[in-house]
Design a protein around this ligand. Structure first.
Ligand code: V47
Length: 374
Protein backbone atom coordinates (compact mmCIF):
# COMPACT_ATOMS: atom_id res chain seq x y z
CA UNK A 1 0.00 0.00 0.00
CA UNK A 2 1.36 3.47 -0.83
CA UNK A 3 2.37 5.70 2.04
CA UNK A 4 -0.56 7.68 3.45
CA UNK A 5 -0.31 11.39 2.82
CA UNK A 6 -0.03 14.00 5.50
CA UNK A 7 -3.71 14.88 5.92
CA UNK A 8 -4.28 18.63 6.22
CA UNK A 9 -7.58 18.06 8.02
CA UNK A 10 -7.36 15.90 11.16
CA UNK A 11 -11.09 15.03 10.79
CA UNK A 12 -9.99 12.70 7.99
CA UNK A 13 -7.92 10.51 10.33
CA UNK A 14 -10.80 8.45 11.81
CA UNK A 15 -12.34 8.26 8.33
CA UNK A 16 -9.03 6.89 7.02
CA UNK A 17 -9.17 4.10 9.61
CA UNK A 18 -12.72 3.19 8.61
CA UNK A 19 -11.88 3.21 4.91
CA UNK A 20 -8.74 1.14 5.28
CA UNK A 21 -10.68 -1.39 7.40
CA UNK A 22 -13.45 -1.57 4.81
CA UNK A 23 -16.06 -0.12 7.16
CA UNK A 24 -19.12 1.79 6.03
CA UNK A 25 -19.08 5.58 6.38
CA UNK A 26 -21.90 7.42 8.14
CA UNK A 27 -24.00 10.39 6.98
CA UNK A 28 -21.87 12.68 9.21
CA UNK A 29 -18.65 11.34 7.73
CA UNK A 30 -20.06 11.92 4.25
CA UNK A 31 -20.67 15.55 5.22
CA UNK A 32 -17.09 15.93 6.43
CA UNK A 33 -15.86 14.60 3.08
CA UNK A 34 -17.97 17.21 1.28
CA UNK A 35 -16.94 20.06 3.57
CA UNK A 36 -13.22 19.57 4.12
CA UNK A 37 -10.88 21.67 1.96
CA UNK A 38 -8.44 18.71 1.99
CA UNK A 39 -9.32 17.39 -1.46
CA UNK A 40 -6.01 15.56 -1.81
CA UNK A 41 -6.74 13.69 1.44
CA UNK A 42 -10.24 12.73 0.26
CA UNK A 43 -8.85 11.76 -3.13
CA UNK A 44 -6.14 9.59 -1.61
CA UNK A 45 -8.75 7.71 0.41
CA UNK A 46 -11.00 7.27 -2.62
CA UNK A 47 -8.05 6.01 -4.65
CA UNK A 48 -7.35 3.33 -2.03
CA UNK A 49 -10.88 1.97 -2.47
CA UNK A 50 -10.74 2.29 -6.25
CA UNK A 51 -7.47 0.37 -6.47
CA UNK A 52 -8.68 -2.25 -3.98
CA UNK A 53 -11.67 -2.91 -6.24
CA UNK A 54 -10.21 -2.46 -9.72
CA UNK A 55 -6.41 -2.22 -9.45
CA UNK A 56 -5.05 -0.14 -12.31
CA UNK A 57 -7.92 -0.78 -14.72
CA UNK A 58 -9.98 2.03 -16.20
CA UNK A 59 -13.03 0.88 -18.11
CA UNK A 60 -14.50 2.41 -21.26
CA UNK A 61 -16.93 1.32 -23.94
CA UNK A 62 -17.70 1.95 -27.57
CA UNK A 63 -21.23 3.26 -27.53
CA UNK A 64 -23.65 5.59 -29.26
CA UNK A 65 -26.30 7.78 -27.67
CA UNK A 66 -29.68 7.96 -29.42
CA UNK A 67 -32.39 10.43 -28.38
CA UNK A 68 -35.50 9.51 -30.39
CA UNK A 69 -37.42 12.65 -29.39
CA UNK A 70 -36.92 15.86 -27.45
CA UNK A 71 -40.67 16.44 -27.08
CA UNK A 72 -41.42 16.40 -23.37
CA UNK A 73 -44.57 17.05 -21.35
CA UNK A 74 -42.46 18.05 -18.35
CA UNK A 75 -40.79 21.46 -18.41
CA UNK A 76 -38.06 20.98 -15.84
CA UNK A 77 -36.08 24.09 -14.98
CA UNK A 78 -32.84 22.12 -15.06
CA UNK A 79 -33.30 20.94 -18.62
CA UNK A 80 -32.41 22.59 -21.95
CA UNK A 81 -33.24 19.52 -24.02
CA UNK A 82 -37.00 18.95 -23.61
CA UNK A 83 -39.38 20.95 -25.85
CA UNK A 84 -43.14 21.34 -26.18
CA UNK A 85 -44.65 19.42 -29.08
CA UNK A 86 -45.81 22.68 -30.70
CA UNK A 87 -42.27 24.13 -30.63
CA UNK A 88 -41.05 24.25 -34.25
CA UNK A 89 -37.56 23.38 -33.03
CA UNK A 90 -38.69 20.08 -31.45
CA UNK A 91 -38.14 16.78 -33.22
CA UNK A 92 -39.40 13.22 -33.11
CA UNK A 93 -37.68 10.57 -35.18
CA UNK A 94 -39.63 8.01 -37.16
CA UNK A 95 -38.77 4.40 -36.40
CA UNK A 96 -36.77 4.26 -39.64
CA UNK A 97 -34.82 7.35 -38.52
CA UNK A 98 -33.99 5.73 -35.17
CA UNK A 99 -32.71 2.60 -36.91
CA UNK A 100 -30.84 4.63 -39.51
CA UNK A 101 -29.24 6.82 -36.79
CA UNK A 102 -28.14 3.70 -34.94
CA UNK A 103 -26.14 2.48 -37.91
CA UNK A 104 -24.90 5.82 -39.19
CA UNK A 105 -21.31 6.63 -40.15
CA UNK A 106 -19.24 4.97 -37.48
CA UNK A 107 -16.63 2.41 -38.34
CA UNK A 108 -15.84 1.15 -34.84
CA UNK A 109 -18.12 -1.71 -33.85
CA UNK A 110 -20.46 -0.43 -31.17
CA UNK A 111 -21.39 -2.58 -28.18
CA UNK A 112 -24.06 -0.32 -26.61
CA UNK A 113 -26.85 2.02 -27.64
CA UNK A 114 -27.75 4.45 -24.84
CA UNK A 115 -31.34 5.47 -25.62
CA UNK A 116 -33.24 8.18 -23.73
CA UNK A 117 -35.74 10.82 -24.76
CA UNK A 118 -38.39 13.27 -23.65
CA UNK A 119 -41.80 12.25 -22.26
CA UNK A 120 -43.71 12.32 -25.53
CA UNK A 121 -47.50 12.65 -25.11
CA UNK A 122 -48.34 10.45 -28.10
CA UNK A 123 -45.69 7.77 -28.59
CA UNK A 124 -47.13 4.47 -27.35
CA UNK A 125 -45.45 1.55 -25.65
CA UNK A 126 -46.06 -0.39 -28.87
CA UNK A 127 -43.95 2.22 -30.72
CA UNK A 128 -41.09 1.78 -28.25
CA UNK A 129 -41.39 -2.02 -28.43
CA UNK A 130 -41.15 -1.81 -32.21
CA UNK A 131 -38.15 0.51 -31.93
CA UNK A 132 -36.33 -1.95 -29.67
CA UNK A 133 -37.24 -4.98 -31.81
CA UNK A 134 -36.06 -3.18 -34.94
CA UNK A 135 -32.74 -2.33 -33.28
CA UNK A 136 -32.23 -5.91 -32.08
CA UNK A 137 -33.02 -7.24 -35.52
CA UNK A 138 -30.50 -4.93 -37.19
CA UNK A 139 -27.82 -4.93 -34.46
CA UNK A 140 -28.27 -8.20 -32.54
CA UNK A 141 -24.86 -7.93 -30.83
CA UNK A 142 -25.51 -4.46 -29.37
CA UNK A 143 -26.69 -4.04 -25.77
CA UNK A 144 -29.72 -1.71 -25.49
CA UNK A 145 -29.42 0.45 -22.37
CA UNK A 146 -32.67 2.32 -22.63
CA UNK A 147 -35.16 4.56 -20.76
CA UNK A 148 -34.69 6.33 -17.45
CA UNK A 149 -36.88 5.49 -14.45
CA UNK A 150 -38.76 8.70 -15.30
CA UNK A 151 -39.64 7.42 -18.77
CA UNK A 152 -40.68 4.02 -17.40
CA UNK A 153 -42.98 5.70 -14.88
CA UNK A 154 -44.48 7.91 -17.61
CA UNK A 155 -45.13 4.95 -19.95
CA UNK A 156 -46.91 3.15 -17.10
CA UNK A 157 -49.03 6.16 -16.20
CA UNK A 158 -49.92 7.03 -19.82
CA UNK A 159 -50.78 3.49 -20.81
CA UNK A 160 -52.46 2.73 -17.47
CA UNK A 161 -50.24 -0.31 -17.03
CA UNK A 162 -48.41 -1.55 -13.93
CA UNK A 163 -44.72 -0.57 -13.89
CA UNK A 164 -43.79 -4.24 -13.76
CA UNK A 165 -45.71 -4.90 -17.00
CA UNK A 166 -44.01 -1.98 -18.75
CA UNK A 167 -40.61 -3.26 -17.66
CA UNK A 168 -41.39 -6.83 -18.72
CA UNK A 169 -42.74 -5.79 -22.11
CA UNK A 170 -39.77 -3.55 -22.91
CA UNK A 171 -37.37 -6.23 -21.64
CA UNK A 172 -39.02 -8.80 -23.90
CA UNK A 173 -38.73 -6.38 -26.84
CA UNK A 174 -34.97 -5.95 -26.34
CA UNK A 175 -34.26 -3.50 -23.48
CA UNK A 176 -31.21 -5.07 -21.78
CA UNK A 177 -30.65 -2.59 -18.94
CA UNK A 178 -31.50 0.98 -17.89
CA UNK A 179 -29.32 4.10 -17.72
CA UNK A 180 -29.06 6.11 -14.52
CA UNK A 181 -30.61 9.43 -15.51
CA UNK A 182 -33.52 11.34 -14.03
CA UNK A 183 -32.54 10.80 -10.38
CA UNK A 184 -31.42 14.44 -10.11
CA UNK A 185 -31.39 14.99 -6.34
CA UNK A 186 -33.87 13.20 -4.11
CA UNK A 187 -34.51 16.08 -1.69
CA UNK A 188 -38.07 17.24 -2.31
CA UNK A 189 -37.47 20.94 -1.60
CA UNK A 190 -34.78 21.06 -4.28
CA UNK A 191 -36.71 18.80 -6.64
CA UNK A 192 -39.72 21.10 -6.52
CA UNK A 193 -37.51 23.92 -7.80
CA UNK A 194 -35.37 22.17 -10.41
CA UNK A 195 -37.75 19.51 -11.77
CA UNK A 196 -41.21 19.90 -10.28
CA UNK A 197 -42.91 18.06 -13.17
CA UNK A 198 -40.89 14.93 -12.64
CA UNK A 199 -41.61 11.88 -10.45
CA UNK A 200 -40.44 12.38 -6.88
CA UNK A 201 -37.32 10.82 -5.43
CA UNK A 202 -39.06 7.90 -3.75
CA UNK A 203 -40.84 7.04 -6.99
CA UNK A 204 -37.49 7.04 -8.85
CA UNK A 205 -36.17 4.60 -6.25
CA UNK A 206 -39.35 2.46 -6.48
CA UNK A 207 -39.00 2.13 -10.25
CA UNK A 208 -35.31 1.24 -9.89
CA UNK A 209 -36.29 -1.38 -7.31
CA UNK A 210 -38.93 -2.80 -9.65
CA UNK A 211 -36.43 -2.92 -12.54
CA UNK A 212 -33.88 -4.75 -10.41
CA UNK A 213 -36.56 -7.14 -9.14
CA UNK A 214 -37.49 -7.85 -12.76
CA UNK A 215 -33.89 -8.96 -13.32
CA UNK A 216 -32.66 -5.80 -15.05
CA UNK A 217 -29.48 -3.99 -14.06
CA UNK A 218 -29.35 -0.20 -14.08
CA UNK A 219 -27.05 2.71 -13.42
CA UNK A 220 -27.73 5.59 -11.05
CA UNK A 221 -26.83 9.27 -11.06
CA UNK A 222 -26.97 12.47 -9.02
CA UNK A 223 -27.23 15.94 -10.53
CA UNK A 224 -25.08 18.36 -8.51
CA UNK A 225 -23.91 21.93 -8.78
CA UNK A 226 -27.24 23.81 -8.71
CA UNK A 227 -29.07 24.72 -5.48
CA UNK A 228 -28.48 21.57 -3.46
CA UNK A 229 -26.60 21.49 -0.15
CA UNK A 230 -23.91 19.05 1.01
CA UNK A 231 -26.62 17.46 3.20
CA UNK A 232 -28.80 16.89 0.12
CA UNK A 233 -25.92 15.19 -1.67
CA UNK A 234 -25.10 12.86 1.21
CA UNK A 235 -28.80 12.06 1.65
CA UNK A 236 -28.97 11.14 -2.05
CA UNK A 237 -25.92 8.86 -1.83
CA UNK A 238 -27.17 7.16 1.33
CA UNK A 239 -30.54 6.45 -0.33
CA UNK A 240 -28.85 4.89 -3.36
CA UNK A 241 -26.65 2.83 -1.05
CA UNK A 242 -29.67 1.58 0.91
CA UNK A 243 -31.46 0.45 -2.26
CA UNK A 244 -28.29 -1.24 -3.46
CA UNK A 245 -28.13 -3.19 -0.17
CA UNK A 246 -31.62 -4.41 -0.97
CA UNK A 247 -31.33 -5.27 -4.69
CA UNK A 248 -27.69 -5.22 -5.80
CA UNK A 249 -28.98 -3.96 -9.16
CA UNK A 250 -26.89 -0.81 -9.64
CA UNK A 251 -23.80 -1.31 -11.76
CA UNK A 252 -22.37 2.20 -12.00
CA UNK A 253 -22.89 5.55 -10.33
CA UNK A 254 -22.36 8.71 -12.38
CA UNK A 255 -22.27 12.15 -10.74
CA UNK A 256 -23.62 14.66 -13.29
CA UNK A 257 -22.48 18.30 -13.15
CA UNK A 258 -25.28 20.76 -13.78
CA UNK A 259 -24.90 22.77 -17.01
CA UNK A 260 -27.04 25.92 -16.65
CA UNK A 261 -26.92 27.43 -20.18
CA UNK A 262 -30.30 27.69 -21.97
CA UNK A 263 -32.16 26.48 -18.87
CA UNK A 264 -34.44 28.41 -16.51
CA UNK A 265 -31.54 28.26 -14.03
CA UNK A 266 -29.14 30.02 -16.37
CA UNK A 267 -28.18 32.52 -13.66
CA UNK A 268 -26.40 29.78 -11.67
CA UNK A 269 -22.62 29.43 -12.04
CA UNK A 270 -21.09 26.34 -13.64
CA UNK A 271 -19.43 23.74 -11.43
CA UNK A 272 -15.69 23.94 -10.76
CA UNK A 273 -12.98 21.32 -11.20
CA UNK A 274 -12.63 21.04 -7.42
CA UNK A 275 -16.33 20.28 -7.04
CA UNK A 276 -16.33 17.78 -9.92
CA UNK A 277 -13.39 15.83 -8.53
CA UNK A 278 -14.82 15.92 -5.02
CA UNK A 279 -18.11 14.42 -6.21
CA UNK A 280 -16.25 11.49 -7.73
CA UNK A 281 -14.13 10.90 -4.63
CA UNK A 282 -16.96 11.19 -2.09
CA UNK A 283 -19.11 8.83 -4.15
CA UNK A 284 -16.37 6.18 -4.21
CA UNK A 285 -16.09 6.41 -0.43
CA UNK A 286 -19.81 6.48 0.41
CA UNK A 287 -21.09 4.00 -2.19
CA UNK A 288 -19.22 1.01 -0.82
CA UNK A 289 -21.64 -1.43 -2.50
CA UNK A 290 -21.79 0.00 -6.04
CA UNK A 291 -19.05 -1.55 -8.15
CA UNK A 292 -18.20 1.29 -10.54
CA UNK A 293 -17.88 5.08 -10.44
CA UNK A 294 -17.94 6.77 -13.82
CA UNK A 295 -16.34 10.12 -14.66
CA UNK A 296 -18.45 10.93 -17.73
CA UNK A 297 -16.04 12.86 -19.98
CA UNK A 298 -18.81 14.66 -21.90
CA UNK A 299 -20.00 16.33 -18.75
CA UNK A 300 -16.74 16.70 -16.80
CA UNK A 301 -14.52 17.46 -19.80
CA UNK A 302 -11.92 14.89 -20.85
CA UNK A 303 -9.27 16.63 -18.73
CA UNK A 304 -11.20 16.37 -15.46
CA UNK A 305 -12.46 12.86 -16.28
CA UNK A 306 -8.85 11.80 -16.78
CA UNK A 307 -7.68 13.24 -13.44
CA UNK A 308 -10.71 11.63 -11.78
CA UNK A 309 -9.15 8.25 -12.61
CA UNK A 310 -6.79 8.84 -9.70
CA UNK A 311 -9.49 10.24 -7.38
CA UNK A 312 -11.92 7.30 -7.19
CA UNK A 313 -13.29 6.82 -10.72
CA UNK A 314 -12.66 3.59 -12.62
CA UNK A 315 -14.69 4.39 -15.75
CA UNK A 316 -14.68 7.23 -18.28
CA UNK A 317 -17.74 6.23 -20.39
CA UNK A 318 -17.44 5.79 -24.13
CA UNK A 319 -17.32 7.11 -27.66
CA UNK A 320 -20.89 8.58 -27.34
CA UNK A 321 -20.91 9.93 -30.98
CA UNK A 322 -23.87 12.29 -30.64
CA UNK A 323 -24.91 14.01 -27.41
CA UNK A 324 -27.82 16.39 -27.07
CA UNK A 325 -28.76 16.76 -23.40
CA UNK A 326 -25.55 18.50 -22.29
CA UNK A 327 -24.84 20.22 -25.57
CA UNK A 328 -28.27 21.87 -25.56
CA UNK A 329 -27.28 23.12 -22.08
CA UNK A 330 -24.04 24.68 -23.28
CA UNK A 331 -21.47 21.87 -22.89
CA UNK A 332 -18.35 22.85 -24.81
CA UNK A 333 -16.90 19.34 -25.07
CA UNK A 334 -16.89 17.42 -28.34
CA UNK A 335 -19.77 14.99 -28.94
CA UNK A 336 -17.55 12.12 -29.96
CA UNK A 337 -14.35 10.56 -28.65
CA UNK A 338 -12.50 8.09 -30.84
CA UNK A 339 -11.43 4.82 -29.27
CA UNK A 340 -7.72 5.66 -29.59
CA UNK A 341 -8.26 9.03 -27.85
CA UNK A 342 -9.89 7.27 -24.90
CA UNK A 343 -6.91 4.90 -24.75
CA UNK A 344 -4.48 7.83 -24.67
CA UNK A 345 -6.36 9.63 -21.88
CA UNK A 346 -6.44 6.50 -19.76
CA UNK A 347 -2.82 5.49 -20.38
CA UNK A 348 -1.50 8.98 -19.63
CA UNK A 349 -3.26 8.78 -16.26
CA UNK A 350 -1.16 5.68 -15.55
CA UNK A 351 -4.14 3.33 -15.85
CA UNK A 352 -4.72 0.23 -17.95
CA UNK A 353 -7.57 0.70 -20.46
CA UNK A 354 -10.07 -2.14 -20.46
CA UNK A 355 -12.78 -2.05 -23.08
CA UNK A 356 -15.98 -3.37 -21.52
CA UNK A 357 -19.53 -4.06 -22.57
CA UNK A 358 -22.37 -2.43 -20.62
CA UNK A 359 -22.20 -5.08 -17.88
CA UNK A 360 -18.39 -4.83 -17.62
CA UNK A 361 -17.50 -8.01 -19.43
CA UNK A 362 -14.18 -7.42 -21.22
CA UNK A 363 -14.40 -6.92 -24.97
CA UNK A 364 -11.65 -8.27 -27.16
CA UNK A 365 -11.21 -6.53 -30.48
CA UNK A 366 -9.60 -7.39 -33.75
CA UNK A 367 -9.49 -4.82 -36.57
CA UNK A 368 -13.14 -5.19 -37.57
CA UNK A 369 -14.91 -7.45 -35.10
CA UNK A 370 -15.28 -7.75 -31.38
CA UNK A 371 -16.09 -10.55 -28.96
CA UNK A 372 -17.59 -10.10 -25.52
CA UNK A 373 -15.70 -12.44 -23.20
CA UNK A 374 -18.11 -14.23 -20.88
O1 V47 B 1 -31.43 12.55 -16.75
C1 V47 B 1 -30.47 17.12 -17.79
C2 V47 B 1 -29.20 15.29 -16.58
C3 V47 B 1 -29.24 13.20 -17.45
C4 V47 B 1 -29.10 18.73 -17.59
O2 V47 B 1 -26.35 5.60 -17.21
C5 V47 B 1 -28.57 17.59 -17.02
O3 V47 B 1 -24.42 5.29 -18.17
C6 V47 B 1 -26.69 18.73 -16.48
O4 V47 B 1 -28.24 10.20 -17.22
N1 V47 B 1 -27.17 19.87 -16.99
C7 V47 B 1 -28.92 12.42 -18.71
N2 V47 B 1 -27.38 17.58 -16.47
C8 V47 B 1 -27.51 11.87 -18.71
C9 V47 B 1 -27.41 10.55 -18.00
C10 V47 B 1 -26.26 9.66 -18.28
C11 V47 B 1 -25.16 10.14 -18.96
C12 V47 B 1 -24.11 9.26 -19.22
C13 V47 B 1 -24.16 7.95 -18.85
C14 V47 B 1 -25.28 7.47 -18.19
C15 V47 B 1 -25.36 6.03 -17.82
C16 V47 B 1 -26.34 8.34 -17.88
O5 V47 B 1 -28.60 14.44 -17.50
C17 V47 B 1 -30.65 13.57 -17.18
C18 V47 B 1 -30.48 14.62 -16.13
O6 V47 B 1 -30.23 14.02 -14.90
N3 V47 B 1 -29.43 16.62 -17.14
N4 V47 B 1 -30.29 18.42 -18.07
C19 V47 B 1 -28.35 19.93 -17.55
N5 V47 B 1 -28.81 21.08 -18.01
Amino acid sequence: MPLPPQFEDSRLLPIRDQVLNGQRLSFEEGLTLYKTPDLLGVGWLANQVRERLHGDSTFFNVNRHINPTDVCVASCRLCAFGKQKRDPKSYTMTLEQVWETAGRGWSEAITEFHIVGGLHPELTIEWYEQMLRGLKQRFPQVHLKAFTMVEISYFAQRQKLPVRTVLERLHAAGMDSLPGGGAEIFNERVRRIICDHKIDGSEWLNIARAAHQAGLKSNCTMLYGHIETAEDRVDHLVKLRALQDETGGFVTYIPLAFHPDNTALEHLPKTTGFNDIRNIAVARLMLDNIPHIKAYWVMMTPKIAQIAQRFGADDIDGTVVEEKIYHDAGATTSQVMRRHELLRLIEEAGRKPIERDTLYRPVERTETTFTVLV
